[in-house]
Design a protein around this ligand. Structure first.
Ligand code: ADP
Ligand code: MG
Length: 320
């Protein structure tokens, strides 16, 4: 299929340019250049497939952030989804709608932003689609990964009494951190090897929202979070000073932290805290309850219900 409008210097020159920069890899016996890529998956593993699309004006501002930052972020958010299944990423497929007036420059910048990240996590750029138009930049990346024994970690395995952890400080990512998240692939694999993870998700919409996904998928459970135990990022403090919202509110409801939120059985919780598998850093933030809904326990001990207010693309144009 090819109804794409070729950007100068030509769609196929650009694909060639990308292809020449894509080293051979035995896991992808057929990469860029044919109608499909062929990817080898380990015996017994399942393929994990995830797609995320980023749009200029929504997830980034090309004029302000530049194509390299966009390329990095577009790949990183997809790798974060593979981390959220405790999988190993294998191959990436990059579909772009380039702004016609600077198509080649943007394409090269995107590529430059994503290649070091891909190399760091052993991800092969195995294909994509190239278009140009009079609209803004849109980048959609699909990442193929494989599961690791004993299988992928789903959202649905939490049980009442389980302990809830996060891998790092949260909140205020819009001050700039959202552009260069570190996908927690290595941490997820180390945790998966050492512990029976009952549920796992990456914090993309906001801690309260994403934890709520785990609780809902686990059969309509609830959770009590310890306000004093939630790691609050310095950026959340800085944003709070700007907008008057509390840093804790930012930590609970801002999105795009891309830390992991995980749930383990109560008997594993102490061992996990005492001996976190390197390089994972863990904060125990609360406990799963059988009663639905999210609650926040203040350091003084009062418990109040909270409502997730994370990001919903269809609900409104703004958070909250
Ligand atoms: P087709 O028309 O069969 O889909 P294309 O001409 O769109 O083929 O693409 C040719 C090859 O280049 C395919 O292997 C495709 O996956 C790859 N490709 C196209 N655009 C990109 C891109 N932006 N990044 C990486 N690979 C790409
Ligand atoms: Mg194509």
């Amino acid at each position: 299929m090819n109804q794409s409008v070729p950007p100068a210097p030509g769609e196929f020159d650009l694909i060639d340019w990308i292809r020449r920069r894509s080293p051979a890899d035995e896991r992808v016996p057929l990469g860029i250049g044919d109608d499909c890529a062929a990817v080898r998956i380990a015996a017994g593993a399942q393929a994990l497939v995830t797609t995320d699309m980023l749009m200029d004006g929504r997830h980034f501002r090309l004029a302000e952030h530049g194509p390299e930052a966009v390329g990095y972020k577009a790949l990183a958010v997809n790798l974060s989804d593979i981390a959220a299944m405790a999988g190993v990423p294998l191959a990436a497929f990059v579909a772009v709608a380039l702004p016609r007036d600077r198509a080649a420059e943007v394409a090269r910048g995107l590529h430059a932003g994503m290649t070091p990240l891909a190399a760091r996590f052993g991800v092969v750029l195995a294909g994509g689609d190239t278009n140009a138009w009079d609209g803004p930049l849109v980048v959609s990346i699909t990442v193929l990964g494989e599961t690791v024994a004993p299988g992928p970690v789903l959202r649905s395995g939490a049980r009442p009494g389980d302990a809830i952890f996060v891998t790092g400080p949260l909140g205020g990512s819009l001050l700039g951190r959202h552009l260069h998240p570190e996908p927690r692939i290595v941490e997820a694999l180390a945790l998966h090897r050492a512990f029976a993870l009952r549920a796992l998700i990456d914090v993309s919409d906001g801690l309260a929202s994403d934890l709520d996904h785990i609780l809902t998928e686990s059969g309509g459970l609830g959770a009590t979070l310890d306000a004093g135990a939630i790691p609050v990022h310095a950026d959340a403090e800085a944003m709070g000073r700007q907008d008057g919202r509390s840093p804790l509110d930012h930590a609970l409801n801002d999105g795009e932290d891309f830390e992991l939120c995980l749930v383990v059985a109560p008997e594993d919780a102490a061992r996990l805290l005492a001996d976190p598998p390197s390089p994972a850093r863990l904060h125990r933030i609360g406990t799963v309850d059988s009663a639905p809904g999210l609650r926040l326990r203040s350091p003084a001990g009062d418990v109040t219900p909270i409502r997730p207010r994370g990001f919903d693309h269809l609900a409104s144009d703004r958070r909250g």
